[in-house]
Design a protein around this ligand. Structure first.
Ligand SMILES: [Mg+2]
Length: 134
């Protein structure tokens, strides 16, 4: 069985070529993919599709960026697993976002790393606020 079979992944990414690559990789692993080109559209899709299992989001996007999207998404779906896919190194800085995400995939990403991060984020582990804040 493919690692992401029966999973619906909402992808929020403003760069079309990256978004297409994410779709291809995730679909090849068995996932159903919904695409948004900014955070606002991603929130709209999240409200329309209660079956979204994982949010995979970029950090820098127009209208509503990754951190804003994650905040808003968590208000609606507190347990929604979030995987951040960004060229930023979230381990060194950007601690608030690193704390919000269940996993981080560094761009440019290796397909197997992305699939592993998505499958590992679901079901979402218990909140690690205390760890993330330290
Ligand atoms: Mg971007």
């Amino acid at each position: 069985m493919q690692p992401l079979t029966n999973m619906t992944v909402l992808v929020a990414e403003d760069e079309r070529s990256v978004r297409m690559l994410l779709r291809v990789v995730l679909e090849a692993a068995g996932a159903r993919v919904l695409e948004a080109d900014d955070g606002i559209q991603a929130l709209r899709l999240l409200e329309l599709h209660a079956d979204v299992d994982v949010l995979c989001t970029d950090v820098n996007m127009p209208n509503l960026d990754g951190p804003g999207l994650v905040d808003a998404a968590r208000m609606r779906r507190p347990d929604l697993p979030v995987v951040v896919c960004s060229a930023l190194d979230l381990r060194g800085h950007a601690a608030p976002l690193a704390g919000l995400a269940d996993a981080h995939v560094q761009k440019p990403f290796v397909p197997s790393d992305l699939v592993r991060a998505i499958s590992g984020s679901y079901p979402r582990p218990a909140r690690r606020d205390s760890v993330a804040a330290s």
